[in-house]
Ligand binder design. Structure first.
Ligand SMILES: Nc1ncnc2c1ncn2[C@@H]1O[C@H](COP(=O)(O)OP(=O)(O)OP(=O)(O)O)[C@@H](O)[C@H]1O
Ligand SMILES: [Mg+2]
Length: 172
């Protein structure tokens, strides 16, 4: 089953001083269960493509379908809801919320959706990721790797259809 499809996707970043074509007419199709890596030079558009697929940003032209639903035209609110239900994003720079603890960060997407947390799965996840003793820490009290794994747990807890990982194992 096709879980993700991009059709002729182009992204141009444009403002008063900058015009940058970051994605140039990309088409691709990914099936459920597939594990796909996007490789390319720095600045070639990898993060941009993940942000488009993750509904964080919109393509300038072209269409993106997730489980058959056209997500390219969702408005901001619709995109936020779709994202926290269907797409787990692990950002290149983690994007943890500094005023929330590790536990609160991981549970935030579910809380925003007023969904109950599967505590059993939560405990299993943080144990596998080796952050079970850091649940009360704030992000600035974590090592780089612990921040990374907190972001991974946050993206996995609600069991999204797709996980988008932007260099999740890069050492910074
Ligand atoms: N908000 C923005 N406004 C203008 N240009 C941008 C913006 N974000 C990214 N770009 C440009 O778009 C291009 C693609 O950037 P992107 O971050 O997608 O690259 P990348 O492949 O993820 O690189 P890296 O491997 O360094 O993470 C780059 O030339 C970058 O300078
Ligand atoms: Mg990048």
């Amino acid at each position: 089953m096709e879980i993700l499809k991009c059709e002729n996707v182009t992204k141009i970043y444009e403002n008063d001083t900058i015009k940058q074509k970051a994605i140039d007419n990309i088409s691709l199709s990914i099936n459920k269960g597939e594990f796909v890596a996007i490789v390319g030079a720095s600045g070639s558009g990898k993060s941009t493509l993940l942000h488009l697929i993750g509904t964080v940003d919109r393509p300038t032209s072209g269409k993106i379908f997730i489980e058959g639903k056209d997500i390219s035209m969702l408005n901001k609110t619709e995109a936020a809801i779709f994202r926290r239900r269907n797409v787990g994003i692990i950002y290149q720079f983690y994007n943890l919320i500094s005023t929330l603890t590790v536990e609160q960060n991981i549970k935030l997407p579910l809380k925003l959706d007023k969904r109950t947390v599967n505590e059993e799965y939560f405990k299993e996840l943080v144990k596998i990721l080796g952050i079970q003793n850091k649940l009360k820490n704030y992000p600035n009290q974590l090592s780089g790797g612990e921040q990374q794994r907190t972001a991974i747990a946050r993206a996995m807890l609600y069991r999204p259809a797709i996980i988008l990982a932007d260099e999740p194992t890069r050492k910074s």
